[in-house]
Every structure is written in C-alpha cells, then in structure tokens.
Design a protein around this ligand. Sequence first.
Ligand code: F6R
Length: 369
Amino acid sequence: QKGGFSTFMDKEIHDQPTAVADTLRGRIDEHGKLKLDEGLIADSVLNSIDKIVVIACGTAAYAGLVARYAIEHWTRIPVEVELAHEFRYRDPVVNVRTLVVALSQSGETMDTIMALRHAQQQGAPVIAIVNAQGSTIARESDAVLYTRAGPEIAVASTKAFLAQITAAYLLGIYLAELRGNKFPDEIRTLLAQLDEMPGKIQRVLDSAEPVRELARSLVDEGSVLFLGRHVGYPVALEGALKLKEIAYIHAEGFAAGELKHGPIALIDEGQPVFIILPSPRGRESLHSKVISNVQEVRARGARTFVIAEEGDTEAAEHAEQVFYVPASPVLMSPLLTVVPLQIFAHELASAKGLDVDQPRNLAKSVTVE
Ligand code: F6R
C-alpha cells in the first residue's frame, strides 16, 4: 500500500507529480473552456461576479492564499481567502455577485461546510474544489472541480495541497479567458507552464537528499522559522505547519517584509531559519529585498537555509546552505518550493522516531466545528 515507502506521507510526497498531472489532464476543452466535474455555474453568473472568496482551513487555506496571487493577477477580480471558521461568524459581505470557492481535501471539514451553507444563504454561487468524490462539500456546492490527487492517507496534507493550487489555477485561467482578461495565446502559455510542473516537481524529489541530511542534523532543535514573500509567504506558512504537525517542533512562518516589524527579535545565535527566495528573474526588487532579509537574520546569528531557483548565483553568498529548485514562472514556483519543506518535516519527524502518518492529537478530517 505504501508502495515501498516507509510512510504514507513519504509516498504521497512522491505522488505529487502525478497528482498535479492528473488534476490538469483533460480539464480545458478545445475552446479553452473549463470542464467542471459536476454541476454548473452559468457563464452569465461568472461574468457578473465582482469578488471571489475562498473558504478553507489549514493547509487548504494556504493553497487558497497561493491561488489568490495568481487569480487576482490573471482575472483582476479581488480575491479574499478566509479561514472558514472565522468567515462565518464575521457577518461577511457575500451576495449573488460573490463567487465562493470551498477548498477542501476531505470535503467533510465541518468548519468549511458551515461557512459554505452560510454563503449559500446569502445567495452566493459556490464552487467546490475537493479531493474526495461525493463528499458533503461536493454535494452541497453548485459546481465541483475535483482535485485528482487520489486518496490521501497521511494526516499531514501534501499532494492535496499541490493539487488544490493546480485546480484553483485552472479556475483562475478559465475566469480570465471567460471575462476576456487574457488573449487565447496567453491562456495557452499559462496552461503550457502548468503542464511543465509535474516534471519539475519530479526533479525536486530526485535531488532532495541534502534536505534530508539537514533534517537529521536538526532533530534536537526547539524552534524553526520560515520566511517568504509574495507567493513564498504562504509556502513559509505551510512549511511551518508541516513541522508543527508531525515533528512537534515550534515553527512559525512569517512574511519576510514583516521581520522588521517584530519577529526579528526572535533571532538568536543558532536559530534555524528557512527562507524562500523569489526568483531573480521576477521582480528584481523582491529578490534583493529578501536577500537583505537573509543578511539581516544571518548577521544576528541565524543559520540560514535558503530555497532558491537554479541559476541564482547570489543565493549561496548569503546562506549557510541553498536548496535549488528548477526555474519556473513566479506564480508556478510554490508547486516546487514547498516540496523541500515537506521532505524536511517528514525526515525530521522520522528521525525523531515519531508516527509521521498519525501525529498526536490530529485526525485526517475534522468533522466537528
Ligand atoms: C494539514 C492538514 C489540515 C487540513 C485542514 C483542512 O496538513 O491536513 O490543516 O488541511 O484540516 O482539511 P480539508 O482540506 O480536508 O478540508
């Protein structure tokens, strides 16, 4: 069942190229139209929405945060991402012109179900991006776009996260096409970029041994920090969540720009810090700003572990160690940069002799509010 891997989580991390490829396969028809798996939200409705609200919890919410950067950029529709349990009790502004996206692996997360019902009561159309076929969220939504990650057994979500980002991107590309924000050749380029991701994820998996070595050397650590900016920010949050969940190590993810507003006070001699470095080919200023963050924490004694793009020659000058991922367009990069962080958490928890697939106090789906 584990396909030769020591844990389901390790297997599922290695399933990720397939999970992304399967989620993409056959999704866009010859007219550039997204094929939903179930239900329908009329194009006239999608054309009239003026806001998208993603409701989700935990890792799924981080996938939503990643998708926000892409969907807003491609469609120019404002996107909010909200923890489902906060959304519902806030008297949120949601109406017939709000497209609500319920993002969930299990489709049974009670917080997300309750938020979805609340949104529907306000008249909002709801599309589910869900992994589990026929689950409550899939059944109760107006339309469903399934992530095709296959069953996820390990409590800590990995392949579902990548598949959720992929499916949300497809929705964004579809809306951009429908609403005329992108020319057909731009749509084709985006789809081609997505198609290249499974192969690149595989390359990250094939070169992960140095991350494992680092994890084994840090088993006695009490705290690890993660910094990222732009799409790297939710990746930092996800890297920290994985480590908390399965290795029981205190971990925090921060927006790198927020460092100087407080968190830098945490940096002490020997503090391990992961930094997700934006591509130097993207907005140059972003790369140099995060390089400055690496220098700032290093100058205060931090041990700096940087995730950078292949060919980024500057990264190594400032880091104790660099883990390279293949070059990709900025918005595609989270599908790569999160993988070393998943592997890091898995290896560290394994080295501590913990039950990686069944971490204490957690259940695979949270069916109570
Ligand atoms: C983290 C994790 C959880 C889930 C969250 C939502 O590894 O698995 O944070 O992401 O409980 O679950 P779903 O996606 O089933 O709604």
